[in-house]
Design a protein around this ligand. Structure first.
Ligand code: CO
Length: 175
């Protein structure tokens, strides 16, 4: 294993343009992909995230990880490669956050249930069927892989909150 594959990952924050990049399918599950998935899981858990997409750590592959149990339980993370949404059902508005937007929470409308075609790290094709918070996380992460961010769905009533947040991060960057 080379030095790069042991390196810690840092989470890229908005407004870094990498977050708007589209990712490419994983064609072959190499040692690099295994290592990346492992480090993404460690990074997600370190920051108490529910999910993390590869583009958030600067790797433009169609990979995301999610923790499938609540934060106060022993983590059960999974790695999802090449996800494609097959269908969605229902609609629910809940507060949502993102590791690329520290301390920003917005009410976002998402499907209640989602069915996704995916591959795991062992090159098996599976159907992932989830609902509630997990469905929300899965849709959020798939959006990341397409360069879409949760702020893109901001409700009219929360635009001011978002604009204030963006002003603050612009000031921090300048400072
Ligand atoms: Co996110």
């Amino acid at each position: 294993m080379d030095a790069q594959s042991k390196e810690n990952l840092s989470v890229i924050k908005y407004p870094n343009k990498i977050l708007r990049a589209k990712t490419l399918p994983v064609e072959k599950i190499t040692e690099e992909i295994f290592s990346l998935a492992d480090r993404m899981i460690k990074t997600m858990l370190k920051y108490d995230g529910v999910g993390l997409a590869a583009s958030q750590v600067g790797k433009l592959y169609r990979i995301f990880v999610i923790n499938t149990v609540p934060l106060d339980e022993k983590p059960k993370p999974i790695t999802v490669l090449n996800p494609e949404i097959i269908d969605k059902e229902g609609s629910l508005q809940e507060e949502e956050g993102c590791l690329s937007f520290p301390s920003l929470y917005l009410k976002i409308q998402r499907a209640e249930k989602v069915r996704v075609q995916m591959q795991n790290l062992y090159n098996e094709k599976l159907i992932l069927e989830v609902e509630g918070l997990l469905a929300r996380a899965v849709i959020h992460e798939i959006d990341h892989l397409n360069g879409i961010l949760f702020i893109d769905y901001v409700e009219e009533s929360e635009k001011e909150k978002l604009n204030n947040y963006l002003k603050v991060i612009a000031t921090q960057k300048a400072g």
